[in-house]
Design a protein around this ligand. Structure first.
Ligand code: NAG
Ligand code: NAG
Ligand code: NAG
Ligand code: NAG
Ligand code: NAG
Length: 406
């Protein structure tokens, strides 16, 4: 009998020890998360969870403060979330989910998705995203497509049915300080954290960041055809747009409609009225007009952050991507779904097919490279290496097996 008692006592002791060990590990990871600016993925997630993350694990965060002592809470700082918005209409569910997956796979800090979608898509989005909730590195909100009631019809028919929704994001997401807006046909080939960090590089007058519409003026659209003002030499592309919305909401914009400056919420309608007969690409044209009059407010990032078929279709013209690889791929003109640019499609399909398992992500590259080698008959395929250069690095940085694990 005594022997059994000893065994029981021993077991309890062991249990206590491992509990203590778990707590000390948690404390260490919290420290790293708060101090390291998100160097290690697990650490950042742990501290995010402790700072108000999702249900189950929040319990663990509370349990790390035994006896009401606040010893640990001093170290807990909520990690800044990265807010990502997308507008999805029509047949864009699969494409949008692949974009969101690429954001989740490589990012370090937690993500907050703001998904604006037609009502009939909400159910599918919810189902798909809830099936990913085990990841605990993102959270999402679904919104209906809405426009100001007076002119809803006019905004809807501008360019594509839902595209101009993005213009209203600073007014709808009033509580959000900064936001990365992307089109559905975007793929992140490196952590969202990296483009997010450009927000901190804004000087005091900059409120938003975009890439040029073209690198090569000879094939540029705006400089050859536009019947309205546009930013810079070739205009800007709004498919990847970083916004400090606090600043956008505060700013008074110079314009060519009145002599007084107008705030974001007041400028959109007069702008549409004045230019609606002259614009071709809808809301992107309005943004170009806006930043033509307020050029000090725009931060221009290089083309590898918004790499489109235009950058290689007639020969390569995005020098930064040639040097460092593509950071964000933008398959506009439907190239993920037809056979015109097989290099773009290959990257899309590789990410669409890939799951969240580490092994699956690590083994994404080899078959993709083989697919890309089949595209060298196209101009974009000739430089296929730039499609995987950064991607390979991102996979290595995030998913390399640490020696300990072996
Ligand atoms: C997730 O988003 C919902 C809104 O959709 C919000 O109420 C909730 O607080 C968020 N959770 C976290 C952990 O941020
Ligand atoms: C956005 O701008 C506001 C006002 O200048 C500033 O307080 C805030 O820190 C900025 N946000 C980011 C993410 O840099
Ligand atoms: C629209 O385009 C026409 C023809 O190029 C031009 O004459 C007119 O000034 C433009 N309207 C505006 C508001 O710029
Ligand atoms: C911020 O940068 C923009 C673009 O380079 C420039 O036009 C503007 O003058 C700068 N603002 C300040 C306050 O330096
Ligand atoms: C992705 O999956 C589809 C169907 O499951 C398959 O036909 C295709 O070859 C795969 N593509 C890649 C690049 O793995």
């Amino acid at each position: 009998m005594r022997r059994y008692l000893r065994v029981v006592v021993l077991c309890v002791a062991c249990g206590l020890c491992s509990l203590l060990y778990a707590f000390s590990q948690l404390a260490v990871s919290l420290e790293e998360g708060a101090g390291g600016g998100g160097g290690k993925p697990q650490a950042a997630v742990a501290s995010w969870l402790a700072g108000g993350g999702r249900g189950a694990v929040r319990g663990a965060g509370t349990a790390a403060r035994p006896g009401g002592s606040d010893r640990y809470s001093l170290k807990i700082q909520p990690v800044e979330k990265m807010h990502l918005a997308v507008v999805a209409c029509g047949e864009r569910l699969e494409e949008t989910m692949t974009m969101l997956k690429s954001a989740i796979i490589f990012s370090i800090k937690p993500l907050q998705f703001h998904i604006f979608a037609e009502d009939q898509l909400h159910h599918s989005f919810k189902g798909r995203l809830d099936s990913w909730s085990f990841l605990q590195t993102f959270n999402y909100t679904l919104y209906p497509i809405t426009f100001p009631s007076e002119n809803a019809a006019e905004w809807k028919k501008l360019f594509k049915p839902c595209a101009s929704q993005r213009l209203f994001l600073p007014l709808i997401l009033k509580e959000v300080d900064s936001l990365l807006y992307v089109d559905t046909d975007i793929l992140f080939l490196r952590p969202v954290d990296d483009i997010w960090s450009l927000l901190k590089k804004f000087n005091s007058t900059q409120i938003a960041a975009m890439a040029p519409e073209h690198e090569e003026p000879r094939i540029g659209w705006y400089n050859r055809f536009a019947r309205h003002p546009y930013y810079g030499k070739t205009g800007v592309n709004s498919g990847v747009m970083l916004m400090n919305m606090t600043r956008m909401r505060r700013k008074y914009f110079k314009n060519d409609m009145t002599t007084v400056r107008l705030q974001w919420g007041d400028i959109l309608m007069p702008l549409l009225k004045k230019y609606k007969l002259n614009i071709t690409w809808g809301d992107q044209d309005l943004l170009n007009i806006m930043f033509f009059h307020n050029p000090e407010s725009l931060f221009v990032f290089p083309c590898q952050w918004n790499y489109r078929p235009d950058h290689c279709i007639y020969g390569s013209n995005c020098q930064e991507a040639e040097e460092e690889g593509i950071f964000i791929l933008h398959g506009n003109r439907g190239v993920y779904h037809d056979d015109k640019q097989p290099a773009f499609r290959a990257v899309y399909e590789a990410l669409r097919n890939c799951s969240f398992e580490d092994d699956n992500i690590r083994s994404l590259l080899k078959p993709l490279e083989l697919e890309l080698q089949k595209t060298v008959h196209t101009y974009c395929g000739k430089i296929y290496k730039i499609f995987i250069k950064q991607l390979a690095k991102s996979v290595r940085d995030r998913y390399a097996r640490s020696p300990k694990e072996k």
